[in-house]
Design a protein around this ligand. Structure first.
Ligand code: PLP
Length: 419
């Protein structure tokens, strides 16, 4: 674009010389951003460009597992980048093998495929499920059942899998082969399978989150998932769990499905896996591993850098006993949120979650949105993220301390008192 046609608005520049207005001139406006620019982080704290500090209960949306600038993370990043950062999957990648081994030894899966994001991991799972349906079960037009209020990513296949029209609008034609049911509703999924499979088997897979994250922090129901496991076993349907948000320790167990007393046939991970560097994984049991050389690939997927860092995150989870911390701090956070809910019964409907993924739902009949609460909390030095219009989400780093939970609860109380 020539200088004459560039329209740069009057710039309001902060103390570091950064201009949000200039940013908006060059960057596509696909996000409704809060007026905040972060510059530095340490542990569970981040600082903005004016030097104000915030408790980070967003963690890059459930991503910065070890918080910011954790020594083990910094060490892994710098060491691997100085050794070998990227090579093609034309060759053996030692770090990829080590990460796959750790994940397999710490889950129900037997094999791992690596990519770069949650959506890509789910794409891999959808492809595997379709190939399994075609080659093992002889299904000509495989169907995948997913849930209303789910979230599986922003690619065309994953917005189709996502049971929320707002993510699909104007992007049609969507992908064929998906059917939606209400979440945690056993009768509805039994009826859907019955209908879809009436003439000939068509249901290839059921794809669900163990706890719905974006859709409003809704934990899965044990009896529901156990019935689905039973149905899948009876009919040869694959059970895919999207563990992108709830996996990697966030629920207080390493994987969300451990809270439900079942094992999936395949599951996906991303967000917390790399502690903030981009990596995704699709893991499956041997019985459904139908991928052969040439079936699926990713240029960056499983490179030495991403895998070495993710492996450091995995080792730190173990060495620092972070699952125990998630359980204890999760209890502390939930009981503090319950107390706040009791204090403001007209505003708050309920608190729910597992470990360090929790949601506070606002009453439907009050004129208060999750974004308004998030803004008020920001003014009190606490970063939070909405999960839909009425749910405020709490997803701090898994290293969060007891005193940081207390500080966050006080900040939230002050924020809610302002309404
Ligand atoms: C965030 C998320 C995704 C998408 O992950 P990206 O890395 O943004 O592609 C998929 N599934 C769930 C459950 C998520 O929370």
């Amino acid at each position: 674009m020539s200088p004459e046609t560039l329209q740069i608005p009057a710039l309001s520049v902060d103390s570091t010389g950064f201009s949000p207005a200039e940013f908006d001139t060059y960057v596509m406006q696909t996000y409704a951003r809060f007026p905040l620019t972060l510059e530095r982080g340490e542990g569970c704290r981040v600082w903005d460009t004016d030097g104000r500090s915030y408790l980070d209960f967003v963690a890059g949306i459930a991503t910065c597992t070890l918080g910011h600038a954790h020594p083990a993370f910094v060490q892994a990043v710098s060491q691997q980048v100085q050794t070998l950062h990227h090579v093609s999957n034309l060759y053996y990648v030692r770090e990829q093998g080590e990460l796959a081994k750790w994940l397999v030894e710490h889950s129900c899966a037997d094999r791992a495929f690596f990519c770069n994001s949650g959506a890509e991991a789910n794409e891999a799972a959808i492809k595997l499920a379709r190939k399994h349906a075609h080659t093992v079960r002889g299904i000509a037009e495989p169907m995948i059942i997913t849930a209303h209020a789910s979230f599986h990513g922003r690619t065309l296949a994953t917005i189709t899998a996502t049971g929320q029209p707002k993510y699909q609008q104007n992007f049609d034609p969507l992908m064929p082969g998906f059917h939606y049911v209400p979440y945690n509703d056993t009768a509805a999924i039994e009826a859907a399978i019955e209908t879809l499979d009436r003439d000939t088997p068509r249901v290839a897979a059921i794809m669900l989150e163990a706890l719905q994250g974006e859709g409003g922090v809704r934990p899965g129901d044990r009896a529901y998932f156990q019935r689905i496991r039973q149905l899948c076993d009876e009919k040869g349907i694959l059970l895919i769990l999207d563990e992108v948000q709830v996996g990697m320790g966030r629920s207080g167990k390493l994987w969300g499905y451990e809270n439900l007393g079942i094992e999936p046939d395949l599951f996906t991970s991303a967000k917390g896996l790399g502690g903030g560097i981009p990596i995704g994984a699709m893991l499956c049991k041997s019985a459904c591993n139908v991928f052969q050389p040439g079936d699926h690939a990713s240029t960056f997927g499983g490179n030495p850098f991403a895998c070495a860092v993710a492996l450091a995150v995995c080792h730190t989870l173990e060495q620092e006993h972070l699952l125990e911390n998630v359980q204890q701090r999760g209890e502390q956070l939930r009981s503090g949120l319950e107390a706040i809910a009791h204090k403001y019964p007209t505003l708050i409907k309920e608190v729910r979650g597992w470990g360090l993924i929790n949601g506070l739902e606002l009453n439907a009949n009050v004129d208060l949105t999750s974004a308004q609460v998030v803004k008020a909390a920001m003014a009190q030095g606490l970063l939070l993220v909405p999960a839909g219009p009425k749910v405020v989400r709490f997803v701090p780093p898994l290293i969060v301390s007891a005193s940081e939970i207390d500080q966050a609860l006080h900040a939230l109380d002050r924020a809610i008192a302002s309404f």
